[in-house]
Design a protein around this ligand. Structure first.
Ligand SMILES: NC(=O)c1ccc[n+]([C@@H]2O[C@H](COP(=O)([O-])OP(=O)(O)OC[C@H]3O[C@@H](n4cnc5c(N)ncnc54)[C@H](OP(=O)(O)O)[C@@H]3O)[C@@H](O)[C@H]2O)c1
Length: 219
């Protein structure tokens, strides 16, 4: 039977490549646009699940935003927005999807965190707060949901060649940064997507892990 995947952030970047890879692998991929599912609003998330059946075999919480600011420039709106999109929305989505997975006694949840969810850097307070938090959710849920054969993992991309990276780094910062990446290049979105596909298909014993895919940057 064709398996259903719910994917957030499938419009571009890593998410777009995940979407293509899963479709090619035979999955039915539901990748709502921001108009259909606005992660900055809990009301939009509730409305989305009211209008559709939450029968997903795989959930991929991929969408995310980055706000890079020194501590004294962070506003309460920044805090609310990034916490809702990067941290609360994945949990709210999981809450909607877990009842079906429990009924099936099977499920795969994959949360896209970041290298900045494992270590951090100046001005990444907001982003790191959410990405560390997402790994915390992943580990706790992996333990709680193991009895239902629902495997929960996180993936931590390093510097990947996407729009988010382009916006976050100047050319000189990029050059400087590549010197610190042992493989001396940005990662390709495919290199993240392929591992996520593995977690959703062949993986039967990895749960509660946060896998770093960064060309050796954090090694
Ligand atoms: N790129 C990297 O180097 C890198 C490194 C580490 C971790 N990551 C993580 O990987 C994930 C994907 O990153 P990316 O670089 O592929 O991102 P991206 O190219 O900036 O795309 C972000 C995606 O999130 C969606 N999104 C943002 N706000 C949303 C909202 N309020 N409601 C619904 N969707 C929303 C966007 O939809 P729209 O098209 O509607 O804006 C878009 O599909 C993120 O969680 C990011 O933190 C990326």
């Amino acid at each position: 039977m064709t398996k259903n995947v719910l994917l957030t952030g499938g419009s571009r970047g890593i998410g777009h490549v995940i979407r293509t890879l899963f479709i090619d692998a035979g999955f039915n991929v539901i990748a709502p646009s921001r108009d259909e599912l606005d992660l900055s609003s809990e009301a939009s998330i509730n409305a989305f699940f009211k209008s559709t059946m939450a029968e997903y075999d795989v959930v991929i919480n991929n969408a995310g935003i980055n706000i890079i600011k020194p501590i004294l420039e962070i506003t309460s709106e920044d805090l609310q927005l990034i916490n809702q999109i990067n941290l609360s929305a994945p949990l709210q989505i999981i809450q909607h999807c877990v009842p079906y997975m429990k009924g099936q006694q099977s499920g795969r949840i994959i949360n896209v965190s970041s290298i900045w969810g494992v270590r951090s850097k100046e001005y990444r307070t907001l982003y790191s707060g959410t990405k560390f938090g997402l790994i915390g959710y992943t580990k706790a849920l992996a333990r709680e949901l193991a009895e239902d054969n629902i495997l929960v993992n996180a993936v931590c991309p390093g510097f990947i060649d996407t729009e988010l990276t382009e916006k976050s780094l100047s050319e000189s910062q990029k050059e400087e940064l590549l010197k610190q990446v042992p493989l001396n290049r940005l990662g390709k979105p495919e290199e993240i997507a392929k591992y996520i596909l593995y977690l959703a298909t062949e993986n039967t014993f990895i749960t509660g892990q946060a896998t770093i895919i960064d060309g050796g940057f954090l090694s």
